[in-house]
Design a protein around this ligand. Structure first.
Ligand SMILES: NC(=O)c1ccc[n+]([C@@H]2O[C@H](COP(=O)([O-])OP(=O)(O)OC[C@H]3O[C@@H](n4cnc5c(N)ncnc54)[C@H](O)[C@@H]3O)[C@@H](O)[C@H]2O)c1
Length: 425
């Protein structure tokens, strides 16, 4: 079908966040009639007003989708009635170290009321293997009175969205798809074939669920490896960054990961723990790689603070009373997402020690640290008045030359090429 014309049918995207909104926009552009359901009434109001809060979606794109008449943001499920396909993209956080599947449960129950024979439901939220068949299927069946596989199609397709990545987008990133039976797989794959360039079928939802956890655990473990290496290399007086650059010239058998102040966002600090929780619960064994990676990555903010203490100490200063300017609140470069950001933990630790902490971040709108930390615009006086500047998130929007020129002392946790005189992590 030609992009932007006609209609494939009615799609409901449950959850209009970092995952759901880009999916909804893409679906509108290829010809689906889309209802975007979200229980957050404020988000729905902003969507109705054409104001995007997800950086990969511009307000212009959102406004065009609204103007096309094929995108309806809605705070309740009524508008889902008669859907052909529904995709669930709700949060899956940890609560005290345990998976919190209450959002999946609530949305499955709500969706079940509008589920009819022949329709397709896909779960995209990251979760442990078994969720689709053991949790979502019974809830949909109980609420609708019809059976997964026999009467309606059900599957799982992990989201691989990488916010801010303009090369690997919703469309160009291959999408793993699965179904509870063959007909479900065909329906799920058929749906995503209208959305993305390439689909990758696997034999059941459990393999698809595990795929996502494998991908994120792989990244989590490798980030932990270079983080721990950075700590030891510093102690040994060796430049870890140069070693990583050199190792990256190997054309096979090595993949580049770089150290940082810790991991953040919605994936690495959370997803691997879904897997270790399930392994522990089902097999009674610890998933040692995950536990070790959690331990190393969770302690990186402490290490950054130790380096801050040492740098101030060299100049006969204490953290208590020093002004420390943190550059970057977001957990990753060019992103506005500050969820689980190590910057927040670093700021908290420095505040506890009596520092005057200030933060500059051109992307993050909300301030998770509220009035305890002053948000500042990055200028020469802010830089020169700080006893120490710490580069935590290397947003392209930062004026690196200004930072290099005016910072009295600089700790660079990201190895920014233009900050040549900085002390590195
Ligand atoms: N953000 C990413 O980069 C990313 C990447 C891959 C996978 N994921 C996974 O995708 C899922 C969603 O993540 P996200 O980043 O989009 O989260 P998000 O918090 O940005 O968006 C989720 C939305 O779901 C809404 N919601 C919660 N309960 C609801 C309900 N019962 N009915 C309707 N809406 C409801 C919330 O109000 C919120 O707006 C998570 O499982 C996450 O792990 C996220």
């Amino acid at each position: 079908m030609t992009e932007g014309r006609g209609s494939y049918g009615k799609l409901v995207v449950v959850g209009q966040g970092y995952v759901g909104l880009p999916l909804a926009m893409r679906a509108v552009s290829v010809g689906w009639d889309v209802v975007g359901v979200d229980i957050d009434a404020n988000r729905i109001k902003r969507l109705e007003a054409g104001v995007s809060y997800v950086e990969d979606i511009s307000s212009e794109e959102l406004s065009q989708a609204l103007a096309s008449g094929r995108y309806l943001p809605c705070a309740c499920y009524d508008a889902a009635a008669g859907f052909d396909v529904a995709v669930i993209t709700v949060p899956t956080p940890l609560r005290e170290g345990n998976p919190d599947l209450s959002y999946i449960e609530d949305s499955s129950r709500s969706l079940a009321e509008y589920l009819r024979a022949g329709a397709t439901v896909v779960l995209e939220s990251t979760t442990y293997p078994g969720t689709t068949q053991e949790l979502v299927a019974p809830l949909l069946e109980a609420g609708s009175g019809i059976t997964a596989g026999r009467d309606f199609h059900l599957g799982y397709s992990p989201e691989r969205i990488d916010p801010g990545n303009s090369i690997w987008t919703v469309v160009t990133t291959p999408k793993v798809v699965s179904g509870v039976d063959e007909r479900s797989l065909a329906a799920v794959q058929g749906f995503y074939d209208t959305i993305v360039d390439r689909t990758v079928p696997v034999s059941s939802p459990k393999e698809a669920e595990l795929t996502k956890l494998l991908e994120n655990t792989f990244r989590h473990v490798n980030v932990a490896l270079v983080n721990e290496l950075a700590i030891f290399a510093h102690g040994l007086g060796i430049d870890v960054w140069e070693a990583i650059d050199a190792a990256s010239t190997k054309p096979f058998g090595f993949m580049r990961f770089t150290p940082g102040p810790g991991v953040g966002g919605h994936c690495l600090p959370i997803d691997p723990s879904y897997l270790s929780w399930q392994v522990k619960r089902t097999l009674g064994q610890p998933f040692r790689f995950v536990e070790l990676a959690n331990d190393v990555n969770d302690h990186m903010p402490d290490y950054v603070v130790r380096r801050v203490i040492a740098l101030l100490n060299e100049r006969k200063k204490s953290v208590n009373g020093s002004r420390i300017l943190l550059l970057g609140l977001a957990y990753k470069k060019n992103s506005s997402d500050a969820r689980e950001s190590p910057s927040e933990r670093i700021a908290e630790l420095l505040l506890t020690m009596g520092a005057d902490v200030r933060v500059a971040d051109p992307h993050v709108v909300e301030n998770p640290l509220e009035d305890r930390v002053l948000r500042v615009d990055l200028d020469a006086p802010q830089l020169s008045d700080a006893d120490l500047v710490v580069m935590l998130t290397d947003h392209d929007a930062f004026p690196f030359d200004l930072v290099a020129e005016h910072a009295t002392e600089l700790l660079d946790c990201r190895r920014v090429p233009r900050l040549t005189s900085a002390k590195r992590l």
